[in-house]
Design a protein around this ligand. Sequence first.
Ligand code: CMP
Length: 139
Amino acid sequence: MTTNRTFTMIKPDAVADGHSGSIIKMIEAAGFKIIAMKKTLLTAERAGQFYQVHAERPFYGDLCGYMSSGPIIPMILEKENAVADFRTFIGATNPEQAAEGTVRKLYAKSIQANAIHGSDSDENAAIEGSFFFSETERF
Ligand code: CMP
């Protein structure tokens, strides 16, 4: 069953480079409604919990260091077919393969510092949204 919500984070590189306003504007212009949003800092331990699914990957340690290197902006978004549409909107994980006009094509620096995250399933969108926002914050 598909839901109408997804989860995203603007990552440390994009926040530090001053791209968060432009990215949020793109998100809203693409028809996604912001349900929850904040600016926060992950510890390396919390980043490790969030990306636990990648714990066995060779890039896991670097990823945890990078994701805790500066503030991030997590958000819950709403739109029909949100998960799939948002992944199309942000582009491929590797910015070299990202389509023209996508957030990653515009702002990603590398496969790791790729500007933005988008949940890969409805189930993970719910889990990831709950990781950052309490029940009363995601109404
Ligand atoms: P994201 O879509 O948030 O999900 C997992 C993250 O791991 C990914 O974005 C990148 O930031 C990072 N990542 C994925 N593949 C690689 C890779 N091959 N090398 C380094 N980092 C990666």
